[in-house]
Write a protein that binds this ligand. Structure first.
Ligand code: CAA
Length: 260
């Protein structure tokens, strides 16, 4: 089995570490395959409530697509051999029913930022640098980046990043809405896991339905999205977890959710 992606369990949390430090964790096709397999395993495991992503070593989260690997394929070959794989893996992560968190421990460039854009919540080490430098390679972001970023940050900010390909620091990434928090580097994993634990103790069923409402709603006209939310929220009221949460509040005790 490949060690390009390592899986570690911390209770109900699975930590996936992209592990190609010699290339600053750049993503080639085999690494994307390993990421897909590792992700599929934790996605299917009912004891995993939250999935955290990070990069091996202390310099980089993911430095992008592997430039040498991508350079081997052109035109249609690129489309089917690299682009198809990276799109499929990132979409799988984006549409996962379980909450996902990025612990960005250094460079997140190109495909690294595009991976971050597919992950729900993003904590950045104060040393992290993010960006979409593809233009410097004569490319543009092609792993879903152009479309996800314009739906997540103001368009002028997205264009500013993509046109010049400059790196931005963690505080700037947070200020434009590309990431959630800046954390001192030596506390990144502890703070990420503390947040992950607070999510993991919530109802996995409600989190799943909420994630579906957010994902589908973002792609719908507002009127339809509101109706969809109303229907799903009404379904939620029919769950044991809704009654447990409300009863626990009334009884002034901590709720214990079962995911039913
Ligand atoms: N692909 C392949 N190898 C990479 C890489 C990448 N994206 N990024 C870094 N590496 C390799 C370097 O070639 C180098 O290898 P050698 O030791 O064999 O020379 C090693 O990792 C260390 O890198 P540097 O010596 O360059 O480290 P640095 O600290 O001086 O610079 C950096 C760090 C600024 C991240 C720089 O490595 C860099 O600019 N990397 C490329 C970033 C980039 O352009 N990413 C976008 C790729 S395109 C993409 O992602 C498209 C897509 O849609 C998926």
């Amino acid at each position: 089995m490949s060690d390009a992606v390592l899986t570690e369990r911390r209770g109900a949390i699975a930590v996936l570490t992209i592990n190609r430090p010699k290339t600053l964790n750049a993503l080639d096709v085999p690494t994307l395959g390993a990421l897909d397999a590792a992700f599929a395993a934790v996605e299917a495991d009912p004891s995993v409530r939250v999935i955290v992503f990070t990069g091996a070593g202390d310099k980089s989260f993911v430095a992008g697509g592997d430039i040498a690997d991508m350079n081997k394929r052109q035109g249609l070959a690129h489309y089917v051999e690299f682009a198809e794989v990276i799109h499929r893996v990132f979409r799988r992560i984006e549409t996962c029913d379980k909450p996902t968190i990025a612990a960005v421990n250094g460079w997140a460039l190109g495909g690294g930022t595009e991976l971050m854009l597919s992950i729900d919540v993003r904590f950045l080490a104060d040393t992290a640098r993010v960006g979409l430098p593809e233009i410097k390679l004569g490319l543009f972001p092609g792993a879903g980046g152009t479309q996800r970023i314009l739906r997540q940050v103001p368009l002028c900010r997205a264009k500013e990043l993509m046109f010049a390909g400059e790196h931005i620091d963690a505080a700037t990434a947070v200020s434009i809405g590309l990431a959630n928090r800046v954390v001192p580097k030596d506390k990144l994993m502890a703070e990420t896991l503390a947040y992950a634990e607070s999510v993991a103790e919530k109802s996995p069923l409600i989190l799943k339905l909420m994630k579906r409402v957010l994902l589908a709603g973002a792609e719908m006209p507002l009127a339809a999205a509101l109706q969809h939310e109303q229907a799903m929220a009404s379904l939620v009221f029919d769950t044991k977890d809704a009654h447990e949460g409300c009863t626990a509040f009334v009884e002034k005790r901590k709720a214990s959710f079962t995911g039913t």
